[in-house]
Every structure is written in structure tokens, then in C-alpha cells.
Design a protein around this ligand. Structure first.
Ligand code: HEM
Length: 498
């Protein structure tokens, strides 16, 4: 797998591995160096449709073509309006700077179907006071459940759900759907203390985010009914009841709490983590015996209670490389709130108030100036160069950014913990893929690391467990119910990550 060390040494010798120094911050020099963003500034429908068709045909590769055409990691593209697309992490910082950029109430060409979302919009698409209040509330809640994931609860839940996959596969040969069902159970049990009805979850996903041009004619009834069903499940769950009571003190309505929980558990947590587990399964198949042994040794120690989740060095670095090559969230969107100068790897660019922006996480994580042989999977990339972790923007922003920074993912710690545990359990699973997965970069909306759905003939979980069965509902919620000051929390975990 790691067949790139020769090239890497060569590139290191040539200095290509060095990240370029930032341009001088002296203001007169800055003014002299500011450039117009290159690219297509046309706003017409024809230009937009052409761009859409090219993206449909070539996916991520279209963005790479544009980067090459303009010889720049920052350029304009007409994708439902002219957008400044940013493909390097220096430029990306602007998208996470609160006074420069705000969120649009949509996700590129997709909008939240407010009928399904009961007239609201998830806080991640809002700005200012409303966003900050709800975000703080959820961060506060996640912090309280955190200590439970770090202990036995999550381990037992993953164990129990992974054991059911083989049987479910006998009734449903769509493996991605079966895995997604198991992940939905794990996540809803961990975050809500109840198992959401997966048949309704499927329907909810089909209706909650819809293409902007189809919204008017969309038949939302099935989505509205699914919301009804799922909201009732959360409302009746022990955690739902307590969260609504806590929310009342913050003047959030019952509806707001229910919808935010639905969005967080399903929209944010479920899809991305399910996709990442499938990517991990695909790459596990390609590892050498030696690499597998490194992972299995760590997994055995964790599952036998002999080490903590923070000491899984090889598993964490393997996961990092997967999230780098296949970030579950590929892009982030925003709108400039003032004229400003964007500092990027390719120079200073002038951005005008009101301009639309798109941070391309996929290409930022494949930036050759930061990651040598960026398209190649390198098992020990992050083991050899742990400092590269700070360029891991798969969760938005910098990996080590404080959790309270503007719009950065609040589920990074949960996901890293959950995914590491899933990889530990996968070390004891045997599965036979039906065909060899292939990734060409053409499928811009696919989360897992294969163009086509990943399918397996069989899936067997072979670990003997001696520990207790029947995972209990998480968290001693009393701590959360006590009025807590969000500001006083220290979100750093033992190893410095969130
Ligand atoms: C592998 C898993 C995950 C990945 C790759 C991921 C990635 C991201 C990214 C890139 C953003 C920024 C989006 C933007 O600015 O448009 C984000 C935001 C967010 N994520 Fe995650 N996420 C993951 C899992 C989770 C989980 C497990 C939760 C909840 C438990 C979560 C909750 C959120 C929320 C609420 C936001 C919005 C934050 C805000 O706007 O203030 N995510 N995530």
C-alpha cells in the first residue's frame, strides 16, 4: 500500500513538501498584491446549466480542471450563481471567519423543505444570535454525553448493532442500506437514548433537502408524515423529554428542540458516519497483513479494556487518511458580508460584499502543496507526519480549532470516537465484497469511497464477548439539567483533539 515513499523522499528533496510561507502581511505590500479572482463571472442560466452538466459528467474532476485552467486554487465558477470556489486551507479560513462570511439558508443548489422541517431551518443554516444560542445548547448537551461515549456505552452499542448486520443482510441485499440502518440505531441510541424507526428515516431523507428548482412542485406529504413519526419518538424518549424541558429555560419551543435534534442526529451525524464506515471497510480490504496486524493489536486492546480510545494511534491515523481522501462533507457554502481580501496559497484576492463562496473540502484535502501524492492512500501518512493533522478540514475549519468557532462541526469528537470504535469492531468482521470497489472522483454526491454502491455477499461478526450485554440508555442527564455555563467548559480531550 505504502508504495510512495520513494516519490515522497524525492519530493521532499525538491522542497515540494514544504507548505508555502504566507505572503507578507505588510498592508502596502498587501494592497499591491491583491488580484481579481480568475474565472467565469457570467451569471446566465446557460452558463450555469453548462457547469451543472460538466459536474454531472465529471464530478470532482471538473473542479480540478478549473484549478488547472486558471492555475489557481481560488477561482470563479457559475454553479447556480457565480461562486468563488476555494480549494486550499488558507483561503478556507475566510469561510470560517464570522465577520467576513455568513451562511446561506441553503446548501448549494439544495434547500431545506420547510414543510418537512415544520416551518423552521436547522441552526447550521442561520447566523447571529439564533445560531449561537442553539449551537451553544447542543454543544453543551454533547459535552454532557461525551463521557459516556468514552466509556463502555458506545462500545456495547456498536457491538450489538454489528452483530445484527449478517441477519439483516439475509432480508435486504442492499448492504449500504443495512449498514446505514445499523449506524442509525447506534447514533440515535447514543445521542437520544431511543432507536429511531429506520423506515421513516429513509423517507425523511428523501424529502428534507430538495433541489431549489423543484421545491414548488414537491409532494412533501410523505416527508411531513415521517417528521411526525420521528418527532414523536424523540418526544417520548427520556433524553427528548429532558432536552425539551431544558430548552424551555432557554426559550426554545418544543418544536425547535425536536427539529434541531432530528437534524443533528440524522442530517449531520448519520449520513457522514455511515459513509465513513463503508469507506473504512473498502480500505481495510486493501491493507497488507502487517498493517492489519497493527490495527488488530490496537483493536484487541481497546475491546478488552486494556487501553483508552485516545491511545489508538494507528487506527486514528488510518481513519484520518480515509477522511482526507473521502471527506463525507465535500463542500461548504457561504456569502461575503463585507468587502475583504482573501489570503490564499495562490495570493491575495479581492472579495466583494454579497459574493457567493464555496469551500471545496475535497480538493483542499488533496492539495499537493500539503499532502504528497494527494490522490494516493498512504496508510502511515499521519503517523509519519502528525503535524499534517492540523490541515484536516474534513469537519470544517482547522482540526484543532476550538469547538466554539463559527459553524465548525460540533460532532467531531463524537464522530472520531464512534468511527474508531467501528474500525475496532470491523477488525473482527469477515465480509466478502461482491465486486471490487472503484473510485474515479466522478460521483460528486457519493459519500463512501466507491463510485457504485458497495455490496457484500456475506457479513459475519466473529468476536466473542464476555462483557455485559444490553446497552443501557446513555448519560446521567442530571448533570445537563443543572444550569451549566457553556463558556466554562474545556473542550480539549486528553490528546488535545476535541
Ligand atoms: C464523519 C462525520 C462528520 C463530518 C465529516 C462532519 C462535517 C461537518 C462539516 C464540514 C461541517 C461544516 C458545515 C458547513 O459549514 O456548512 C459540519 C457542521 C456541523 N456538524 Fe458535522 N460532521 C460529522 C459528524 C457530525 C456529528 C456526529 C454531529 C452531531 C452529533 C454533527 C453536527 C454538526 C452540526 C450541528 C454542524 C453545524 C454547526 C454550525 O453551523 O454551527 N456532525 N459538520
Amino acid at each position: 500500500m505504502d508504495n510512495t515513499s520513494k516519490n515522497r523522499n524525492k519530493k521532499e528533496d525538491e522542497g515540494l513538501y514544504n507548505i508555502p510561507l504566507p505572503l507578507p502581511k505588510n498592508s502596502s505590500l498587501l494592497k499591491q498584491n491583491v488580484k481579481e479572482v480568475p474565472g467565469n463571472a457570467a451569471t446566465g442560466t446557460v452558463s450555469s446549466v453548462m457547469c451543472l452538466l460538466s459536474i454531472k459528467a465529471t464530478g470532482h474532476n471538473y473542479v480540478r480542471k478549473m484549478m488547472r485552467r486558471y492555475n489557481s486554487t481560488v477561482f470563479r465558477m457559475n454553479f447556480f450563481g457565480t461562486r468563488i470556489t476555494v480549494c486550499d486551507d488558507e483561503g478556507m479560513q475566510s469561510l470560517f471567519t464570522e465577520h467576513l462570511v455568513k451562511k446561506e439558508p441553503r446548501f448549494g443548489s439544495l434547500v431545506v423543505n420547510r414543510k418537512v422541517y415544520r416551518g423552521l431551518i436547522p441552526f447550521e443554516y442561520t447566523n447571529g444570535y439564533d445560531h449561537d444560542q442553539k449551537r451553544d445548547f447542543m454543544v453543551d448537551y454533547l459535552h454532557c454525553v461525551k463521557k459516556d461515549w468514552d466509556t463502555q456505552y458506545l462500545l456495547l452499542t456498536v457491538d450489538e448493532e454489528f452483530r445484527t448486520i449478517g441477519d439483516r443482510l439475509l432480508q435486504n441485499d442492499d448492504f449500504e442500506d443495512v449498514l446505514s440502518n445499523a449506524m442509525c440505531n447506534i447514533i440515535s441510541r447514543s445521542l437520544l437514548g431511543c432507536c429511531l424507526d429506520y423506515s421513516q428515516v429513509r423517507i425523511w431523507f428523501q424529502h428534507v433537502l430538495v433541489p431549489v428548482f423543484k421545491l414548488d412542485k414537491w409532494d412533501s406529504k410523505p416527508g411531513v408524515d415521517a417528521t411526525e413519526h420521528l418527532a414523536k419518538e424523540i418526544e417520548e424518549s427520556p433524553i427528548g423529554i429532558m432536552l425539551m424541558s431544558k430548552g424551555k429555560k432557554h426559550e426554545f419551543s418544543k418544536n425547535e428542540i425536536l427539529m434541531e435534534l432530528l437534524a443533528m442526529v440524522l442530517f449531520n451525524a448519520h449520513r457522514s458516519n455511515s459513509g465513513a464506515v463503508i469507506s473504512a471497510m473498502i480500505y481495510l480490504q486493501q491493507l497488507t497483513e502487517e498493517q492489519l496486524n497493527l490495527l488488530k493489536t490496537e483493536a484487541t486492546k481497546l475491546l478488552n479494556g486494556k487501553c483508552s480510545i485516545n491511545s489508538l494511534v494507528h487506527i486514528e491515523n488510518f481513519l484520518m487518511e480515509i477522511l482526507r481522501l473521502h471527506p463525507p462533507a465535500k463542500s461548504i457554502f457561504g456569502i461575503a458580508t463585507q468587502n475583504f481580501t482573501m489570503e490564499s496559497q495562490c495570493g491575495f484576492f479581492s472579495v466583494k460584499e454579497g459574493e457567493l463562496l464555496c469551500g471545496d473540502l475535497y480538493w483542499t484535502l488533496r492539495n499537493p502543496k500539503v499532502f504528497v501524492d494527494p490522490d494516493t492512500f498512504v496508510f502511515d501518512r499521519f503517523t509519519k507526519m502528525p503535524e499534517l493533522k492540523k490541515y484536516m478540514c474534513a469537519f470544517g475549519g482547522n482540526y484543532y480549532d476550538n469547538i466554539k468557532s463559527f459553524h465548525k462541526c460540533i460532532g467531531q469528537h463524537f464522530s472520531m470516537t464512534l468511527l474508531k470504535m467501528c474500525i475496532c469492531h470491523l477488525m473482527f468482521c469477515e465480509y466478502e465484497p461482491s465486486c471490487e470497489p472503484k473510485w474515479t472522483g466522478r460521483k460528486i454526491t457519493r459519500i463512501p469511497a466507491s463510485d457504485k454502491p458497495f455490496t457484500v455477499h456475506t457479513f459475519e461478526y466473529r468476536r466473542e464477548t464476555s462483557g455485559p450485554r444490553g446497552a443501557r440508555a446513555p448519560v446521567d442527564i442530571n448533570e445537563f439539567l443543572v444550569e451549566t455555563e457553556v463558556e466554562t467548559f474545556d473542550y480539549e480531550s486528553e490528546d488535545g483533539s476535541m
